[in-house]
Design a protein around this ligand. Structure first.
Ligand SMILES: NC(=O)c1ccc[n+]([C@@H]2O[C@H](COP(=O)([O-])OP(=O)(O)OC[C@H]3O[C@@H](n4cnc5c(N)ncnc54)[C@H](O)[C@@H]3O)[C@@H](O)[C@H]2O)c1
Length: 428
């Protein structure tokens, strides 16, 4: 087995394929650390905006992007840059298709593009979340098929799951340990040496599949534990138990317990989408990954539960939902970010609209928000909105919100995050 080495004349040290929430931070970090880096994306609009110094990703400010461009980062739609790269990192989307099955179309398209330019000595790393067996299966086959080169002998191949937590002010790319698993031990070492230039700690797995599984284990663990407290929130309310107080008490145990908190449903990519990659794979074995399917079902019901609580709260003050003015605070899928992918606000709005509510959304991060093609009336601040509503629902605790003021000003508040107190406040 030969340890693939970088080619002799490699003007570009890194090409990052896919410049979204995951790829752009990698490209910026690498450029800041002095690697000759090129970002490649199929979306000419994204590339033009980045080239002009405008970032579309929450975690990268325009200033940071411009700093990286000044350090030599270039962005392009031209795939011929791949041929000169020492390392290629793939950060393209892995969504679900209309049957909620894995859609690896972007990964395969990117892989085929890379395969056409593949050179001996290159390191190819997949970062996109996917099921175990993708890197050493269809990705490897595509890379080898079009190039005639052999993975592990002529070029290095590895998987390294992306662990970015958008909006997290403490853990960024560099100080979050990076898991790396190669097709061979030499591939793992090659990938570990590469990531050692970008991050403080590299964690090696025994192979690609273990690295792929580590990512899905992390996501599934959160998915299941969030569903657990969501289910408990529903019956705790009926039992007259303050679940948040119970969670705080349980969290005082210094070992064996990690707190998770209920909410209006799960959003983003890591929780509602990624574990499906694993459950779909398990179904192909002839049985179900029941924890994931159950978690999906429980958390998927939360928006309807929130709508029913709104209905009950209004009923208690003698008002129907039809015609009631309801303010929804925080429409993105988590606090302090602008990403509204898979946000539970959408199904909640569907439920409340079907009951005839008069809705207004409040989110400082959004300038427009549509559900099923119908725009939602929007404000950037709760000030002036919550005073005039019948009920306000706190969905996300954006730092920009003065929620104590909301609790004081709104006639009724449903706090799905469980932190507010006051005579007008009901918690989930
Ligand atoms: N966003 C997150 O917080 C997060 C966290 C963990 C893991 N992930 C995983 O990371 C991967 C990427 O997610 P993301 O959120 O960065 O996606 P994204 O949609 O933000 O960005 C993906 C980018 O890839 C580009 N692209 C698509 N096909 C391409 C191709 N063939 N060649 C070049 N560019 C192409 C798109 O134009 C887009 O700009 C996914 O597998 C996702 O599951 C995301």
């Amino acid at each position: 087995m030969t340890d693939p080495q970088p080619g002799p004349a490699a003007p570009v040290e890194l090409v990052v394929v896919g410049l979204g929430y995951v790829g752009l931070p990698v490209a910026v970090e690498a450029a800041e650390r002095g690697l000759r880096t090129v970002g490649l994306d199929v979306d000419a609009g994204v590339v033009a905006a980045l080239h002009g110094g405008t970032s579309h990703v929450d975690d990268i400010t325009d200033e940071q992007l411009r700093g990286a461009l000044a350090c030599g980062l270039t962005v392009t739609t031209d795939p011929t840059v791949l041929a000169g790269a020492e390392t290629v990192v793939i950060c393209v989307p892995t969504p679900l298709d209309e049957h909620r099955a894995p859609d690896l179309g972007a990964v395969f398209a990117a892989t085929e593009t890379i395969a056409r330019q593949l050179r001996p000595g290159q390191l190819i790393v997949l970062e996109s979340t996917t099921y175990p067996g993708t890197t050493d299966g269809p990705v490897r086959e595509r890379l080898e098929g079009a190039s005639g080169l052999v993975a592990g002998r002529d070029f290095a191949l590895a998987f390294s799951p992306e662990r970015i937590d958008p909006g997290n002010p403490t853990y960024r790319l560099a100080n979050t340990p990076k898991v790396v698993g190669g097709l061979t031990a030499a591939c793992t070492e090659r990938a570990a040496a590469f990531y050692g230039r970008l991050v403080d700690t590299v964690v090696r797995t025994s192979g690609c599949r273990e690295a792929e599984m580590a990512k899905l284990l992390e996501n599934t663990y959160r998915h299941v534990n969030i569903a657990l407290v969501n289910e408990m929130a529903v019956f705790s309310h009926e039992l007259g138990v303050d679940l948040w107080d119970a969670i705080a008490a349980a969290a005082s145990k210094p070992f064996g317990f990690e707190p998770f908190y209920p909410g209006p449903g799960v959003g983003g990519h890591c929780i509602p989408i990624d574990p499906n990659y694993l459950s779909h794979r398990v179904r192909a074995l002839g049985y179900q990954f029941r924890f994931v399917e159950l978690a999906q079902e429980i958390s998927g019901r939360m928006p309807a539960y929130v709508a029913s609580r709104v209905q009950l709260m209004l009923n208690d003050v003698g008002k129907p939902v039809r015609g009631a003015r309801i303010a929804l605070l925080g429409l993105t899928y988590k606090a302090d970010i602008a990403d509204d992918r898979e946000t539970p606000a959408r199904p909640l709005i569907r439920h409340l609209r079907s009951l005839g509510a008069d809705l207004v959304g409040v989110d400082p991060y959004l300038d427009r928000f549509e559900v099923d093609g119908v725009p939602l009336e929007l404000a950037h601040t709760p000030v002036g909105v919550v005073e005039a509503c019948d009920l306000a629902v706190v969905l996300q605790r954006h730092r920009a919100f003065d929620l104590e003021a909301v609790a004081a000003a709104a006639p009724l508040v449903l706090d799905t995050r469980g932190t507010l107190r006051g005579p007008s406040v009901h918690r989930l």
